[in-house]
Design a protein around this ligand. Structure first.
Ligand SMILES: Nc1ncnc2c1ncn2[C@@H]1O[C@H](COP(=O)(O)OP(=O)(O)OP(=O)(O)O)[C@@H](O)[C@H]1O
Ligand SMILES: [Mg+2]
Length: 405
């Protein structure tokens, strides 16, 4: 399944946006302009639900919460399930998807399997919290079938790498450690010993029992768990060497598998204790090598924790791999450096201008966002004067929250 274009109206902070997607897509603009929400819409649509059977169960609970009292048609239809899953990928609090002050939010996603139209509508005020919003939708049967049978495909259709990945990985490894220590204490108190390896499903259950995570974080943990459980580490070797001159080593000598990073001098450390640049780029490389051909890789703020030179190397790696493996790449950023380097990849012939799309999330002062697509020339120049204005906007504060002195 391939997304061709997204049309948004009153979608979170985005008041209006027409976003044609190509092989490599960059969403850039200031904080709070709706880049991540839009990226998660791409993720929701391209990430088949039935990979995880427990989602279906949790979804039913969510649906009851939101739709209690809802009298619309076809509550049990599969396409309704798909629409709610997509909305939940965008934001667990579905009501927050509708722009503040608006009554209706529409997202239209054009795919090669047809057009999906999802409309969230604020209903008349009611006593019941679950009656405040309703979702109407239309989508082709071919798409619904693809979405609900996604787990039968080899590889993964979509991977989302969140911006806060460094802290997330540290949290994740602490949780795994805690779980093992707890279990060891309990088993010891009965006179036993913990020799058995832990299954990823078991770890996943433990993680989810601790609290509620947004769907994209659950998926992110899942990506890490699967990797720890099964590897293989070899597809990451070339990338790790190019980016960090080091290598990753997966160790399964203890009850819990652990991932180590070995730098160019041979120094070895657990991944969560390696430098932030290694921690932040590891899941990106993992995502790139795990996503199936024809799938979607979404990387939030790829520049995070990397020195400028490595940012360039990573961008080149990602773009080359995306085009070679026919993976759709979506990057979000507020870095003018990243945007300029992406254009540079067109200039130096790594990609053609027809393979890249650049979308500026223009947040007007004290107002909402308009998404504007910037045409790119064959030699890699983005349309002027809009491009310079966009770059200027990233370095100015127009919010009025910080007054100039
Ligand atoms: N329903 C809504 N109406 C208006 N604004 C909203 C709504 N929902 C979210 N927002 C705003 O949008 C922000 C979230 O947007 P998003 O996370 O997509 O921004 P972003 O462009 O990715 O920002 P950053 O660069 O900081 O990551 C929220 O913090 C909030 O300010
Ligand atoms: Mg964001």
């Amino acid at each position: 399944m391939r997304i061709r274009e997204i049309n948004l109206a009153s979608f979170g902070p985005v008041i209006r946006g027409k976003i044609p997607l190509k092989d490599v897509n960059v969403f850039f603009g200031p904080n709070n302009s709706g880049k991540s929400m839009t990226a998660r819409l791409v993720y929701g649509v391209s990430s088949p639900e039935s990979r995880y059977p427990e989602y279906a169960r949790r979804y039913r609970q969510m649906r009851l919460r939101y739709l209690e009292g809802y009298r619309g048609p076809a509550l049990r239809k599969p396409d309704e399930r798909v629409a709610w899953n997509v909305m939940r990928a965008v934001n667990d609090e579905v009501e927050q998807i509708v722009t503040r002050g608006s009554k209706i939010c529409t997202s239209i996603v054009e795919t090669d399997l047809g057009r999906l139209r999802m409309t969230l509508k604020k209903e008349r005020v009611s006593e019941l919290p679950g009656r405040k919003y309703s979702l109407s939708y239309s989508m082709p049967k071919r798409f619904v079938k693809w979405y609900l049978k996604g787990h039968e495909r080899p590889g993964r259709a979509a991977i989302y790498i969140p911006a806060a990945r460094t802290g997330t990985i540290q949290f994740f490894s602490t949780i795994l450690y805690m779980r093992n220590e707890l279990l060891r204490d309990i088993i010891r108190s009965f006179g036993g010993s913990l020799a058995q390896e832990v299954s990823p499903a078991e770890l996943r259950r433990f993680l989810l029992s601790l609290g509620r995570f947004p769907l994209y974080l659950e998926d992110f943990y899942d990506l890490l768990l699967r990797f720890l459980a099964t590897g293989p580490v070899s597809p990451l070797e070339t990338e790790a060497r190019i980016l960090h001159y080091g290598k990753f080593r997966l160790e399964r000598t203890r009850e819990l598998p652990s991932l180590a990073y070995v730098d160019s001098s041979g120094f070895q450390t657990e991944i969560e204790k390696a430098g932030s640049g290694v921690v932040a780029s590891f899941p990106i490389l993992l995502g790139m090598t795990t996503v199936g051909p024809g799938g979607v890789l979404i990387v939030e703020e790829p520049e995070v924790h990397l020195e400028p030179f490595r940012q360039m190397v990573l961008l080149k790696l990602l773009c080359e791999e995306a085009i070679r493996r026919k993976v759709m790449l979506v990057l979000t950023t507020h870095s003018d450096f990243v945007v300029k380097k992406m254009l540079g990849l067109v200039t130096n012939g790594t990609m053609k201008n027809s393979q890249v799309s650049l979308h500026y999330f223009e947040r007007e002062p004290r107002r909402f966002t308009r998404v504007r697509s910037l045409p790119i020339s064959r030699t890699g120049e983005a349309e002027q004067p809009l491009f310079d204005e966009a770059v200027d906007a990233l370095t100015h504060d127009y919010s009025g929250m910080v007054s100039g002195r």
